[in-house]
Design a protein around this ligand. Structure first.
Ligand code: 0GY
Length: 304
């Protein structure tokens, strides 16, 4: 099937630089996606955007180029609850990939078990209105009940202004909860702003809550780095991510977010994104936790 990309769609950046920062051995890119290819794995009819293809082999090539050993592949909304592309990527990666799926409450036990065998270890609940239609909270709780016994966790994606109204619902989810992109703080504000303080309090009061300190390229308002100014990249995001890493060193994850859906301002060089890491995890101990120990504990506990 031929797909027409969403107007203005930015394709992922081919030819990323080699990072100056050497990732610790065994590092995990804990947030990335595969898109299609659409001919093989059709995009969902209810999708809110049509991306460019981003195949498993292109993801694995990036993994090797950047120096990661493993990926956690998160089901993208453009595939709805059809996890075929994700499952295919996880299976092809051998033990080097885990998945976070999107499922409906009526999924059968054998279907859940098949996802587990393929490497899925979590489900994603998305509250970003431009990406999905609302799923009733009762249905989400029913899903959480189904996946808990498998030892899976729930990944939540929401915008910072929505945390107050979602607080009680999130508090009622019994599994580990992983927040995407720090709950999308407004980085034009000082780090000590009420909205971000609420997010920090949410993590403080809920020991089951983790955060991905990812997506500086999505959160920045300063815009893309100057071509010759790698280390100046995304400076406005640094205090936020660093605060979360330093406050909750054992509950943070990092990922590239390749192939970076729905970016409007620029497409990042993934090598430069890796060079962002030592600015937010400033010593080797916190880097090991962020990149190796924490994701291994969550996704490959049997290997520790
Ligand atoms: C991300 C962010 C976005 C999209 C998706 O599943 C998705 O479509 O996650 C976004 O547009 O903010 O984490 O990739």
């Amino acid at each position: 099937m031929n797909y027409t990309k969403t107007p203005g769609w930015l394709d992922w950046y081919a030819g990323p630089s080699r990072p100056q920062f050497t990732l610790p051995a065994g590092s995990v890119d804990a947030h990335c996606h595969v898109f299609g290819p659409g001919d093989e794995f059709p995009y969902a009819p209810q999708r809110k955007y049509t991306p460019c293809d981003a195949s498993k082999n292109q993801l694995f090539a990036l993994r090797d180029h950047l120096g990661f050993e493993r990926n956690v592949i998160v089901q993208a909304t453009c595939h709805g609850a059809d996890n075929s592309a994700l499952v295919d990527a996880c299976k092809s990666a051998g033990n080097k990939a885990r998945g976070v799926a999107t499922v409906k409450a009526d999924i059968t036990d054998p279907e859940l078990q098949a996802l587990h065998t393929a490497g899925v270890r979590g489900v994603r609940f998305n509250f970003v209105k431009r990406l999905v239609d609302v799923t009733p909270e009762a249905e989400l709780l029913a899903i959480a009940d189904r996946i808990g016994p498998l030892g899976w966790h729930v990944v939540i994606y929401f915008e910072a202004p929505d945390l107050p109204e979602l607080w009680d619902f999130f508090s009622s989810i019994p599994t580990t909860l992983v927040v995407d992109h720090m709950g999308r703080p407004d980085v034009s504000q000082p780090v000590d702003n009420p909205e971000f303080n609420l997010f920090l309090r949410f993590m403080q009061e809920h020991e089951n809550v983790w955060s991905k300190v990812s997506c500086p390229e999505r959160l920045t308002v300063d815009g893309p780095p100057a071509l010759n100014g790698e280390l100046a990249a995304y400076q406005d995001v640094v205090p936020f991510a660093r605060k979360v890493v330093e406050t909750f060193p054992d509950r943070v994850l990092w990922g590239t977010d390749w192939p970076h859906p729905n970016l409007k301002s620029h497409m990042p060089d993934d090598g430069l994104l890796v060079d962002f890491i030592p600015q937010i995890a400033v010593n080797s101990e916190s880097q090991m936790k962020l990149l190796v120990d924490n994701p291994m504990r969550l996704y490959w506990p049997e290997e520790i």
